[in-house]
Design a protein around this ligand. Structure first.
Ligand SMILES: C[S@@+](CC[C@H](N)C(=O)[O-])C[C@H]1O[C@@H](n2cnc3c(N)ncnc32)[C@H](O)[C@@H]1O
Length: 453
């Protein structure tokens, strides 16, 4: 709750309890990667798929914490002439991030200890990308913080932000209110944590936080974010949450536009949940921001809004630009041929990736299209190839099939657009990154491809 000593309390918290809890030795066995910090995804949403990251790319990780986004970006940019600046006011957090970079042998990071509010004085220059996740909602003024960051974006630059979601975190705010009333004044952080753990063990079954504990268990459990996670979630001195209209208002206050929601996009789309035609019609009357706002209320499970903002309104790669190619991504990376081969026209194909289950009505057209989703073949050539192979299929029919499957797979983070050819030259070598043993990026599990008879 904002007050005079809030910035001091926030800084002291992260000095005592760096967050998220990370052991630098884990860098020897896995690479933590996140969708929004992936450069293919950044390229799709922020640079029309056309950014060449090899020369002169500048990136600021503001409030970089113990280094998750930082390390992933630095790893992807390792072989390029790119500059990554880490900024955080917590020295203890920086030490963890520095040690993680050392273990990985990363030397492309410039380290700065300081506050976002002092950006002007720090004079760090202009950036193509600013990465600021889980930070601005802890500032006394989120608007001022965003403006400070926006002033450091170059003309075509974009930011990745993560801000808390209002509705999914309701049980957390109820619990915070309980703790404000329950905890004695004047006790230290460690004692507070102990008392909160005692109380959590006694919560009645009717308590909303207890009912919702499965969603927060990782944050507070010793095997997850432990004590730093518990303090961050339930005892933070400044913690604000946003709904979708609040995000639009915040972006607008800094002269920025929302460019997309890379994580869980389907939860910003009411049509992903509603099959009933009459109900869908009602949503069709709404503009996009209103659809997204109502979708958040429909789903009620967005605890974190991860989104890109920038000055441009046309930064997102589009199917209409037929120089773009399609790239299967995330756990489907490099699996386009495997998928095409597994498809039997006339049958229903179930693609199971993580919690997503996508049922695809296979057709000859789709089988041919999937085989071309290698990030290299431009859309116009794809259409031509399919038309050559299936002369009876009109170009309109081919485009329509592609649009349908693109919408479904893109919303689930499995398909992106990239300027054809850019993959080979201007993007990181994801095959190398995928080889990190035990990493989340270990590739697609063959068991995730399943065909229904
Ligand atoms: C919740 S952690 C998030 C860390 C990281 N961005 C991530 O997503 O894993 C918030 C971080 O922001 C830093 N921070 C908070 N307010 C800040 C400010 N005004 N200026 C710079 N850093 C700040 C804290 O020190 C802390 O390391």
């Amino acid at each position: 709750m904002p007050g005079n000593d809030v910035p001091t309390a926030v800084r002291e918290q992260y000095e005592e309890l760096p967050y998220p809890l990370r052991d630098p030795r884990d860098e020897e066995r896995r690479l933590i990667h996140t969708i929004g910090s992936n450069l293919v995804v950044v390229n799709h949403f922020c640079f029309k798929g056309r950014m060449d990251f090899r020369t002169g790319f500048r990136c600021l990780v503001a409030g970089g914490g113990t280094g998750d986004g930082l390390i992933y970006l630095a790893e992807q940019l390792r072989d390029f002439d790119a500059e990554i600046i880490y900024l955080d006011m917590s020295v203890a957090s920086r030490r963890v991030a520095e040690e993680r970079a050392r273990v990985r042998g990363l030397s492309n990071i410039t380290w700065v200890t300081g506050a976002i509010e002092d950006m002007q004085k720090l004079d760090l220059g202009e950036f193509d990308l600013i990465h600021c996740t889980g930070v601005l909602h802890h500032l006394e003024s989120t608007e001022n913080g965003l403006q400070d960051l926006a002033a450091a974006l170059n003309e075509h630059g974009s930011m990745l932000l993560m801000l808390y979601g209002k509705y999914a975190r309701r049980p957390v705010y109820d619990m915070q209110a309980l703790l404000r009333a329950y905890l004695p004044e004047g006790i230290g952080r460690r004692e507070k944590i102990e008392k909160v753990r005692q109380l959590i063990d006694c919560l009645p079954e009717t308590n909303w936080f207890r009912r919702d504990l499965a969603n927060w268990g990782h944050e507070i459990s010793p095997g997850g974010n432990g004590d730093p996670g518990l303090y961050d979630l339930l005892l933070h001195a400044c913690d604000q949450a946003f709904d979708v209209p609040g995000l639009y208002a915040l972006a607008g206050s800094a002269g920025l536009h929302i460019q997309g929601f890379p994580v869980g996009s389907e939860r910003y789309n009411p049509f992903s949940a509603i099959q009933d035609e009459a109900v869908r019609e009602q949503f069709e009357r709404m503009d996009l921001p209103m659809q997204q706002a109502t979708a958040e209320l429909l789903h009620c499970d967005i605890s974190r809004h991860e989104f890109y903002v920038g000055r441009g309104t046309d930064s997102v790669a589009s199917l209409d630009d037929e120089d773009n190619a399609l790239l299967m991504f995330w756990k489907m990376y490099g699996k386009h041929r495997q998928l095409a081969d597994a498809m039997l026209p006339g049958k229903v194909f179930t693609l199971q990736v993580d919690h997503h289950q996508i049922r695809i009505n296979c057709s000859e057209i789709l089988k041919h299209l999937f085989a071309c989703m290698d990030g290299q073949i431009p859309l116009h050539e794809m259409y031509e190839r399919v038309h050559q192979a299936l002369p009876m299929a009109s170009r309109e029919a081919i485009r329509a099939e592609l649009k349908g499957i693109y919408t479904v797979m893109h919303e689930r983070g499995l398909l992106y657009l990239v300027m054809a050819g850019n993959l080979a030259t201007g993007l990181p070598d994801y095959d190398r990154l995928n080889q990190v043993p035990g990493g989340d990026s270990a590739g697609v599990d063959p068991n995730t491809l399943k065909i229904d008879p």
